[in-house]
Write a protein that binds this ligand. Structure first.
Ligand code: SF4
Length: 341
């Protein structure tokens, strides 16, 4: 990619500054936003309602900043995994999951991750950097299904709230009239519970929230998710209780099931007492074993018993269908380590 600054990923305010810097009329900012976010152009040359002289002036310092995927793999179940290059010779992955009428794109927000959850390949990879709003939006604009996407989930590589500034900017562009004009209901941000940033997110966005809980037992959670030592799930849940989840916004908890670890009725009871009275649902996820980690996949029967127990006690729970396992695109399997170095 060139050293020019990228227009994709800029808010309308930033595009106004670009217009000023390039001596374009003020209204050009809105025109540029329209070309990039609605008409989805890949070059400044295509912005035909902007004069040739002004396009030349823009092109001297800026480009659109769209980069195609470098690799793409399709699963037998229709899931497609894309590999994109990111700044500093890094790579990131995005996964498109088709489901009847829906096409959901799972985007990455960081290269690797700092949080080191024991069960996660991305965590194993370590952290190499935050993605910019350009790199996050490029995933959404450059997959083959870009124009048909119905939903976007921030559940790929990285902890989105550990890169809050760029994620917030991306959410603004996705939901603003000048940008993609999406309803926030089409977007879900997942988090392990980075408390200070979670507070901001709850105030500043209306997107849905998915909290990766994986255990409601604080001591047990600490052994698989180091973040529990900094921000306990009990504090996270008490913060969530201060918001209204009964109307527009959806709250869900992700629970990966590990055989003989967190999949007994005893742990279901802990989960129920932690979530009591909170309007939410629990998604149970099958664990995809990763090398050198002493955690194993729960059987279908144990998952069903756990699910039925939660439902019988009034906690809505479903088993999430695992997708893209054959191409290492399923939950917790994303890693670009093999592409580096
Ligand atoms: Fe990071 Fe999420 Fe993996 Fe934990 S599960 S290491 S937060 S990417």
């Amino acid at each position: 990619m060139s050293d020019k600054r990228h227009l994709l990923g800029m808010t309308l305010d930033e595009l106004r500054q670009v217009a000023e810097e390039c001596r374009l009329p003020k209204f050009a900012a809105k025109q540029v936003a329209d070309w990039i976010y609605k008409k989805r152009v890949v070059s400044i040359d295509e912005m035909t309602n902007i004069s040739v002289a002004n396009r030349t002036s823009l092109s001297e310092r800026f480009d659109v900043g769209r980069v195609p995927a470098v690799e793409c793999q399709t699963s037998t179940d229709g899931t497609v995994k894309y590999l994109f290059s990111a700044e500093k010779d890094n790579f990131i992955e995005s996964v498109m999951i088709p489901d009847d009428e829906r096409k959901t794109l799972c985007v990455s927000s960081q290269v690797g991750c700092k949080l080191g959850c024991l069960f996660c390949m991305t965590g194993r990879q370590g952290f190499s950097g935050n993605l910019t709003s350009n790199e996050i939006l490029n995933q959404i604009y450059s997959v083959s299904e870009a124009e048909d996407l119905t939903n976007v989930v921030f559940m790929g590589m990285g902890e989105p709230l550990d890169n809050y500034a760029e994620v917030k900017k991306t959410l603004e562009i996705m939901t603003s009239d000048y940008g993609m004009a999406w309803s926030p209901k089409r977007i879900t941000v997942s988090t392990t519970g980075v408390l200070p940033k979670l507070k901001l997110f709850l105030e500043e966005s209306n997107a849905h929230l998915a909290v990766s809980i994986h255990s409601a037992d604080v001591a047990q959670r600490k052994t698989i998710m180091p973040i529990e030592k900094a921000y306990s799930i009990t504090e996270v849940v008490s913060l969530l209780r201060q918001y209204d989840w009964s109307k527009q916004r959806r709250l869900s908890f992700e629970y990966i099931m590990f055989d003989g670890f967190n999949d007994s009725v005893e742990y279901a009871q802990k989960l129920i007492s932690t979530l009591r009275g909170l309007p939410c649902r629990v998604n149970l996820i099958r664990f995809h074993a990763i090398p050198d980690v002493d955690l194993h996949t729960s059987s279908k029967e144990r998952m069903e018993t756990f699910r039925d127990y939660l439902n019988s006690k009034g906690v809505t729970s479903t088993i999430r269908t695992s997708r893209g396992e054959d191409i290492f695109a399923a939950c917790g399997m994303l890693s670009t380590l093999k592409k580096e170095g």
